[in-house]
Design a protein around this ligand. Structure first.
Ligand code: PHE
Length: 477
């Protein structure tokens, strides 16, 4: 039992974080994930470096952080699953409980993301396995990996993609680990992972970054990531940065509402949200400073997109001393970050099921995970066996796309922006001002500034994302 007080489930005390630190670590754990380590460097690399990075930081401060605070305050006030929390806030504000729909959408969205996030988590486990076998068999400095050609290393990913059963098995493994911790509850499982894994993650990140900075092309990286060129800041680059900021902060998906619902009354949400957003952004930047020096030192390109982490980087490790060992530690670090995010994706639907149907946690977790496994398997098989299956192919936006891309597109283009726009409107315009004021922990001018952002800038900017996602031709993207 944590500090969040009593709750609604079958008359029992509601589980919650045992301390403010536990909440901060769990929220950072949710935010820091594949988005920071895989997507951020890839997007920055593909979108011209500095311009993307500077605009990204602006998006986090002016749009991401205000929404993060809005989501956690809804949850903390509601003290229930995300949809129920929104409904409670709506009813107390004399608004329609139908606003709860915004979080119903979020719960569904986080379930959908979970299903394909674990597929990518499975790829990470695969690389952990490859490097682990090499290090165990031939020590940290060499072995099978050292003698592979560049083509062979880069072929590891397409070879994995071609192997349907292996992809499904790895997905099941990653989802199974996620299920184990969520089934154990908030304070006993999710918090435990955050408390042990996040410090380990930070130690690994700093150690590998120092190794990379010393042995790799650090100056070139700094110039690349922080040289701001106005002409590179095009419409598509700005939209990519805003979308990335949202994904990275776990927004628009009921995750932060759910995590907020386990927070105690005494915690200042403005302060903790700022810490979470700051840490998430710092990790994204450090991930760039960690990856690119190794890539540049090996004379490889920065703009490989998704292949950057799974192909370019393993190739580059080859030319570094102790590369296989560093590769192992690197992918363990990525796996840890992905796990603390995947638990936060599983928790919203589980909390919803517990609240809505009064099904005990272990069973709820099992049911949600089983559903995610079905969709996950279809996603994994969309790379090989079921490449012909285009579930939403009749909609032009999804023409020719397999399950993985459909789920990715649906969540990024529809669920996240719609969830976030509705959250901004709900907190900015609908919810009772006294209720919002008493929850957010902001005073004076900062409070006013936050309110202005939530009321005007956030919905408008997110509307831009939504429109650009649905009509890519409009923006030349
Ligand atoms: N923020 C996580 C990451 O960066 C992904 C995530 C998105 C987690 C949405 C929860 C909700 O990888």
């Amino acid at each position: 039992m944590g500090i969040s007080g009593t709750g609604s489930v079958a008359g029992t005390a509601r589980d919650g974080w045992s301390s403010r630190t536990a909440f901060i670590l769990a929220a950072i754990g949710s935010a820091v994930g594949l988005g920071n380590l895989w997507r951020f460097p890839a997007e920055a690399g593909a979108n011209g470096g500095g311009a993307f990075v500077v605009f990204y930081i602006g998006c986090v401060l002016l749009i991401g952080l205000p929404i993060l605070l809005s989501e956690t305050l809804i949850g903390r006030h509601g003290q229930a699953s995300a949809p129920e929390s929104v409904r409670r806030v709506a009813l107390q504000s004399k608004a329609s409980p139908a606003w709860g729909l915004l979080a119903d959408l979020g719960v569904l969205g986080s379930f959908l993301i979970l299903s394909f996030y674990c597929v990518v988590g499975g790829w990470v486990l695969y690389y952990v396995g490859i490097f682990a076998v090499d290090v165990v068999q031939s020590g940290p400095f060499g072995g099978a990996f050292e003698s592979m050609s560049a083509e062979e290393i880069e072929a590891l990913l397409p070879d994995l993609f071609a192997n349907g059963p292996l992809m499904v098995g790895l997905d099941a493994l990653f989802l199974g680990i996620t299920l184990y911790f969520v089934a154990k509850g908030v304070s006993g499982g999710i918090e435990w992972v955050a408390k042990w894994m996040m410090p380990a993650f930070f130690v690994l990140l700093v150690a590998i970054t120092i190794y990379s900075a010393v042995g790799g092309a650090f100056e070139e990286t700094v110039a690349y990531l922080f040289t701001f060129e106005w002409d590179k800041l095009t419409g598509p680059v700005m939209l990519a940065a805003l979308g990335q900021a949202f994904f990275s902060l776990s927004l628009g998906l009921a995750c932060m509402i759910t995590y907020g619902s386990y927070v105690g009354r005494s915690v200042n949400l403005a302060g903790t949200s700022t810490i979470v957003a700051g840490a998430d952004t710092a990790v994204a930047l450090i991930a760039g400073l960690c990856l690119f020096p190794i890539v540049f030192a090996a004379g490889l390109p920065a703009n490989a997109g998704p292949g950057l982490m799974f192909q370019t980087l393993p190739h580059a490790f080859q030319s570094m001393p102790g590369g296989p060992l560093v590769g192992l530690l690197f992918f363990v670090m990525v796996a840890v970050a992905a796990l603390t995010s995947s638990v936060s994706l599983l928790e919203p639907p589980v909390a919803w099921m517990i609240d809505r149907f009064r099904i005990v946690r272990p069973v709820s977790t099992g049911i949600v995970a089983a559903g995610a496994m079905v969709l996950g398997a279809l996603s994994a098989l969309s790379f090989n066996t079921m490449g012909w299956f285009h579930p939403l192919g009749f909609i032009p936006l999804f023409e020719g796309q397999g399950m993985f891309d459909v789920l990715d597109g649906l969540t990024a283009k529809l669920f996240m922006p719609i969830g976030a726009i509705l959250t901004a409107i709900f907190v900015g315009w609908i919810a009772d001002r006294r209720l919002v004021d008493s929850e957010n922990g902001l005073g004076g001018i900062l409070h006013l500034f936050w309110l202005l952002l939530v009321r005007f800038l956030c919905p408008l900017a997110l509307l831009g994302i939504l429109i650009a996602g649905l009509f890519p031709d409009l923006f030349g993207g």
